[in-house]
Design a protein around this ligand. Structure first.
Ligand code: HAS
Ligand code: CU
Length: 586
């Protein structure tokens, strides 16, 4: 699979520098966030305590923000910039603009990190009139309140991603001007549809921060309506998981078939999948709030129904990607009903990491379906079951795919051969084994009510009595799994660092995509009508959120019970706007 050096860094040297910087920002966040993961796993299971329980929430906030937001989204902007420039075969319009959104994301990250890490200080400094603090976890629910720079940092980070999306669109517009009759190349189609739902969903979190949490943190308003800010967070919160998942799907659709030795089964089906994510990612966030008082059951039922619909694009993905892998395996001589599995390139760490990530995601999808069932969610909500679920989804499907992809990408953006493929293969296998132990024990613990987000999961005068096994056994599995994951993480980082010390090489695997068995010419033109799908997505969001939000404001006020804005210290008279809103809603 090696050809004359035709690496990304040769074709797009300027873009390769931004992509490489984004990857290293992602790895730094992964390193710090991952170490904190070990600290909290050993703390909660009482195996080994490095910190005081009062510091647990600083560690947990850092773990969640650095891994769920920083690690994932920096890697995403790297992959998406690569996917757009290579599939359109043209550079970005202005590399200075590209650097500007990357620098904005880094600035936002630094502000958020400063606010979070100040939680470890005995005497955190006071800035803007309040003490630096941000033990608010990655969901930053009010009435927990962080320092203003935490919210300002988040806003800068999100605006940076908005500009990145504009960069990818601008590159596509420039390409379209010269290729008017061409279909949108699939990797670019995937990036643009993902960017569109990212614009729609981030409006919620931007509104929550800019209109409520930041003014409250700055002391401009005295209170907020926690249910309103929480609902605006989850308006964004479920879609953000698909913002993490889509680059994973981009890898599974355009790299896995080729790595398997075959072709993508269906380009049209891939377009349908990404259109479905554009339409449905946002109007269902209330499935995170089934137990929230103040939201009528009917709205929760709509969220559940939409969630069940949203299983479809992932089930289609399971079919398409596995069919493509089977096609590849049979090209390599694979035979039999399942025997073809042995013909897959299991010695290739890029393939094996992604294949194992996919297998884990099948299990994650199952636990997601359990979460999504309104009645059964009552059993698992706020338990370690949910934590087990998302360590399979973002912690493995996404994280393991990104690490496996890095074994291909880093040589592409540096022109240097990977330091060790065998260490890379060991690393992905170790991650899979470690996560199997940890996530399985978390799911099982959640089933008998083990709570999440607590440093001391023991209740006074009460012992958990699991139907199968013991708490000690499950705690041991979580601790063992966490240790294996950190060893795997160290191997990954070692490989990345030592690769950067390698000399450049001519034998870098070529930088092209899998072909397709059914190509874009088979895809109905309407699939590329991004304006239409965006309009429908916006209508679905309006349907799903207008009434719940109106009732939340009606009952709890914009800024807290009975405070509907008229009493704002700003003195702004919001009555006319509210009157209009009431008329619209009525
Ligand atoms: Fe989730 C909570 C429901 C997917 C992440 N989820 C969370 C939280 C996070 C998270 C972080 O309905 C906790 C947030 C918090 O802190 O409170 N989730 C779902 C459902 C799906 C789902 C129905 N979640 C994800 C993904 C995530 C993620 C993806 C991150 C990346 N989740 C929920 C619900 C809650 C929740 C409730 C709230 C729980 C509560 O009460 O708090 C679906 O999208 C899942 C669909 C997936 C499938 C699997 C398809 C299988 C595939 C694999 C193909 C195999 C391959 C390889 C490629 C149906 C695509 C094969 C290999 C060979 C060798 C052949
Ligand atoms: Cu969700």
């Amino acid at each position: 699979m090696t050809t004359m050096r035709n690496a990304y860094v040769d074709q797009f040297p300027a873009e390769a520098r931004v992509v490489k910087s984004a990857f290293w920002s992602s790895f730094l966040a992964l390193a710090i966030g991952g170490i904190f993961g070990l600290v909290q796993a050993l703390h909660r299971t009482d195996v080994l305590r490095f910190i005081d329980s009062t510091d647990y929430y600083t560690v947990l906030t850092a773990h969640g923000v650095l891994l769920a937001i920083t690690f994932t989204i920096f890697f995403l902007v790297g992959i998406f910039t690569w996917a757009v420039t290579t599939s359109l075969d043209r550079g970005v319009v202005d590399i200075r603009f590209t650097w500007s959104w990357y620098v904005m994301m880094v600035t936002g990250t630094v502000l958020v990190a400063v606010a979070i890490f100040s939680g470890f200080l005995e005497e955190p400094p006071s800035i803007l009139g309040s003490e630096l603090y941000a033990d608010v976890l990655f969901t930053f629910y009010s009435p927990l309140q962080a320092h203003p720079i935490f919210y300002i940092g988040l806003v800068l980070f999100v605006v940076g991603t908005w500009l990145a999306g504009f960069d990818w669109f601008r590159t596509w517009w420039a390409w379209r001007d010269e290729n008017a009759d061409e279909r949108i190349p699939l990797p670019t189609f995937m990036v643009l549809t993902t960017t569109l739902f990212w614009y729609i969903c981030t409006l919620g979190v931007a509104l929550s921060i800019l209109a409520f949490l930041l003014p409250w943190s700055l002391g401009i308003v005295d209170s907020v309506n926690p249910l309103l800010t929480r609902t605006l967070f989850w308006y964004f919160g479920h879609a953000v998981v698909y913002f993490w998942l889509m680059p994973t799907y981009v890898m599974w659709y355009i790299m896995l078939p080729k790595l398997s030795g075959g072709k993508l089964f269906s380009d049209p089906l891939a377009r349908v999948v990404f259109v479905l994510f554009l339409l449905l990612s946002t109007p269902l966030g209330i499935h995170h709030q089934y137990l929230d008082p103040g939201i009528a059951e009917g709205y929760k039922f709509i969220a559940m129904t939409n969630t069940m619909f949203l299983l479809l694009p992932s089930l289609l993905t399971a079919f398409t990607v596995v069919a493509s892998m089977e096609h590849g395996a049979r090209q390599r001589g694979g035979e039999g009903y399942l025997g073809w599995l042995t013909a897959l390139p299991w010695r290739d760490p890029v393939f094996t990491g992604m294949a194992l990530a996919g297998l884990m995601f099948a299990a994650a999808g199952f636990s997601g379906m359990i979460n999504a069932g309104m009645n059964i969610n009552y059993l698992v909500h706020n338990t370690w079951w949910v934590v087990g679920h998302f360590h399979l989804t973002v912690g493995t499907a996404v994280a393991l795919t990104f690490m496996a992809a890095a074994y291909w990408f880093i040589p592409q953006v540096t022109g240097k051969e990977l330091w060790s493929r065998s260490v890379a293969l060991g690393q992905v296998l170790l991650w899979f084994v470690g996560m199997t132990f940890m996530s399985n024990a978390m799911h099982r613990s959640g089933l008998f009510g083990m709570p999440r987000r607590t440093a001391e999961p023991q209740y006074q005068n009460f012992d958990f009595e699991p139907a199968v096994g013991t708490v000690a056994e499950m705690d041991a599995q979580v601790a063992l799994g966490a240790v294996l994951l950190v060893v795997s993480l160290v191997l990954f980082l070692l490989n990345m660092v030592l690769t950067s010390f390698n000399g450049t090489s001519d034998s870098i695997p070529d930088n092209t995509y899998a072909g397709t068995l059914s190509g874009p010419e088979d895809a109905p033109e309407i699939l590329d009508n991004l304006k239409l799908w965006t309009a429908i997505a916006v209508v679905l969001v309006i349907f799903a959120y207008t009434l719940p939000l109106a009732s939340i404001v009606e009952s709890g006020g914009l800024f807290g019970p009975g405070i509907d804005g008229r009493q704002l210290s700003l003195g702004a008279d919001l009555e006319p706007a509210l009157e209009t809103l009431r008329e619209v809603v009525a």
